[in-house]
Design a protein around this ligand. Structure first.
Ligand code: ARG
Length: 464
């Protein structure tokens, strides 16, 4: 399978022959790292400007490099750039094209730089954009949830534990639970973005360089807060990508839980919500069907995002310092995870914005399953001064009675209740209704509309 192609123009000086075709296939990353083209050109422009400012190359060479890079950028944007597998990756593809365009000065661009600090910089710039996109996507989704919460702050629905009806809650409260989760996701993305914003450029291959470079200048030009302080770490670090994938995995986990609820809620058995046609599909054989495909796909996307995290953790584990080619395997995972996350966020935002809760079905379900039994027990404690354990026991007996009669707690006659405890009076019926139940739970963070509205106001302020 060997071929006698000529040596690689970029690094072939010490080689007598070109690489085997299989070597080329396993080695090349251009098939996927072309997505770093814009970042690569940005990084090279900053590097060339710095090389000129420090007198390492002439202004006229730097100018030629800048113009050539801009030409390449427009070729790439116009889809006219010719990517070559022989040139391995995006970095060498661009440098080779620069040589074609401007000749000799192109060979000076790589002074005081290595592909190791180059790729770390390019990839960081790309991942940083993804943090920003995720932050924007989370912001939009939280906004849609806040709107739902506000519109349904008083609406009642069943609250579940073990997917068994537990106690009535408000729709607003349930929406706000996801606001809290996604708000933490937002915080994780923001924290990680701050931590990762150090520039690897100038670390060169691993040890720094003897040229009088100005790393503060390139860091500032590329929007980094400072240059990375250790050249070995700068080229070996991929934990910025791992942090992105971890934050993305947790976010995707939250999205999948919400997606699962949408799947359940939109079923004919629940009918809690109607999902919009815009985010549903039909069946090719069953004309009556309207399927929550977007929710199902969001529920599933977490699989590949978690997979990407595990894959990159596994690639990085045990790698000696500094750069190893293993690290080329970082990109496809992160690209795929980022694409999946952004799509899932956008789809979920659309679904939540369009979703119409069904107040009747929610209320009926909220009242079912003896959901106000705890309210009854609490009433016995509060009004009759019973110990909670005794109140729990009496309530249990009344639930059993209602179950035998095939009715709900509020349907029991007063004399049935008084059979269990003679002091029970008409006032008890006030706490058996789902609206009174939810309105009574005014403890901080509780489900009462007044608490939910306070949390909505707080989040609107936080997100301003
Ligand atoms: N394509 C490589 C990567 O993605 C670029 C860095 C190559 N560096 C090297 N020393 N071979 O990691």
């Amino acid at each position: 399978m060997s071929d006698s192609k000529s040596q690689n123009a970029m690094w072939g000086g010490r080689f007598a022959s070109g690489p085997d075709a299989i070597m080329e296939a396993i080695n090349a990353s251009i098939g996927f790292d072309k997505r770093l083209a814009r970042q690569d050109i940005e990084g090279s422009r900053a590097h060339a400007a710095m090389l000129a400012a420090t007198g390492i190359i002439t202004d006229s060479d730097a100018n030629a490099i800048r113009k050539g890079l801009l030409t390449i950028l427009s070729e790439i944007e116009a889809g006219k750039f010719n990517y070559s597998t022989t040139l391995e990756d995006i970095h060498m593809n661009i440098e080779a094209r620069l040589k074609e365009l401007i000749g000799e000065p192109a060979g000076r661009l790589h002074t005081a730089r290595s592909r190791n600090d180059q790729v770390a910089t390019d990839f960081k710039l790309w991942v940083r954009d993804q943090f920003d996109a995720a932050i924007g996507g989370l912001d939009a989704l939280i906004g849609a949830l806040l709107d739902q919460a506000e519109a349904g702050a008083d609406m009642v629905m069943p609250g579940f534990t073990h997917l068994q009806v537990a106690q009535p809650v408000t729709w607003g409260h349930h929406m706000m639970a996801y606001v809290e989760m996604l708000g933490r996701d937002l915080g994780r993305m923001r924290d990680a973005r701050v931590r990762m914003n150090e520039c690897p450029l100038g670390a060169a291959a691993l040890a720094g360089t003897s040229f009088p470079i100005d790393r503060d200048m390139t860091a500032a030009a590329l929007g980094f807060d400072r240059p990375a302080a250790n050249s070995l770490d700068a080229v070996a670090d991929r934990d910025f990508a791992l942090e992105f994938l971890s934050a993305a995995s947790i976010t995707a986990t939250h999205l999948s839980r919400l997606a699962e609820e949408l799947v359940i809620w939109s079923s004919a058995q629940f009918r809690f919500v109607t999902l919009s046609d815009r985010f549903s599909t039909g069946s090719s054989i069953m004309p009556q069907k309207k399927n929550p495909d977007a929710a199902e796909l969001i529920r599933a996307k977490v699989g590949r995002i978690n997979g990407a995290l595990v894959a990159l953790l596994t690639v990085m584990k045990g790698l000696p310092l500094a750069y190893s080619k293993d690290m080329q395997e970082d990109k496809e995972q992160v690209f795929d995870a980022a694409d999946s996350l952004m799509l899932a966020l956008a789809a979920m935002t659309g679904m939540i914005a369009d979703m119409a809760p069904n107040p009747k079905a929610l209320e009926t379900a909220a009242a079912s399953g003896f959901s106000t039994a705890t309210d009854l027990a609490d009433w016995l404690v509060r009004q009759l001064n019973l110990p909670f354990r005794e109140a729990h026991h009496i309530t249990g007996a009344l639930v059993k009675l209602a179950e035998d009669k095939g009715c709900d707690l509020p349907d029991l006659a007063l004399k049935d209740m008084q059979n269990e405890h003679p002091a029970i009076n008409m006032q008890v019926y006030d706490v058996l209704g789902v609206y009174n139940s939810t309105q009574s739970r005014v403890s901080y963070g509780g489900t009462a509309p007044v608490q939910v509205r306070a949390q909505i106001a707080r989040w609107r302020e936080v997100l301003k």
